[in-house]
Design a protein around this ligand. Structure first.
Ligand code: XMP
Ligand code: MG
Length: 185
């Protein structure tokens, strides 16, 4: 069964499964429930950074059983396997977030560069509150000091794909988190 899962997308070269579908699903349910408790009656906005955050957002939003809105930003900070060291906002928020409770939904915090930049960008718009909720945290790779209030899983400093995360735009559709075959990179 496990092997079938690993081979479930033809031609993807998976070395190892880091987090299974079930592990991710259970954790997102917990996170959604915790956020629902905290933001009940506040109609928060979940702001997600595309593209990486799209799968996590879809599951987190459905696990959060209170009224809330979703918004998207398109941000570019990474080429291939290593950070370019710069953050570019390709598409900004269309909505005014002043006075609103904002939850920034991230796929992964690595160096923290993206987050530090986007956090500052959002703070300038005077939300009532702002927290960061990231599915993954590679703490060992951090170069920027930045707060991440809610983390799904802390992982080692290695390149991961699946569940929205890509290697050169592929692998996002893997339903689990994996490390790719070194021959691929
Ligand atoms: P920084 O370094 O700014 O990086 O915290 C955040 C963004 O970099 C991407 N990233 C990864 N993407 N596998 C990926 O597919 C990884 O292991 C990985 N580490 C960082 C990601 O887009 C994230 O938002
Ligand atoms: Mg990416």
């Amino acid at each position: 069964m496990r092997n079938k899962g690993i081979d479930s997308v033809d031609e993807y070269k998976i070395a190892r499964v880091l987090l299974t579908e079930a592990q991710i699903r259970d954790r997102i349910q917990e996170m959604g429930a915790a956020l629902a408790d905290r933001y009940r009656g506040k109609n928060p906005i979940l702001v997600t950074l595309l593209k990486g955050g799209f799968i996590f957002l879809a599951d987190l939003s459905r696990a959060m059983r209170i009224p809330h809105e979703v918004e998207f930003m398109l941000v570019r900070s990474y080429e291939g396997e290593s950070s370019t060291g710069s953050v570019q906002i390709m598409q900004d928020l269309k909505q005014n977030i002043e006075g609103r409770h904002v939850i920034l939904v991230e796929d992964i915090v690595d160096t923290g560069l993206t987050l530090a930049y986007i956090r500052e960008h959002l703070i300038l718009r005077h939300p009532a509150s702002l927290i960061v909720c990231s599915l993954l945290d590679k703490e060992a790779a951090r170069t920027e000091e930045v707060d991440v209030e809610m983390v799904g899983f802390r992982i080692e400093n290695e390149f991961v794909v699946g569940f929205g995360l890509d290697y050169n735009q592929l692998y996002r559709n893997l339903p689990y988190l994996a490390v790719i075959d070194p021959g691929q990179t």
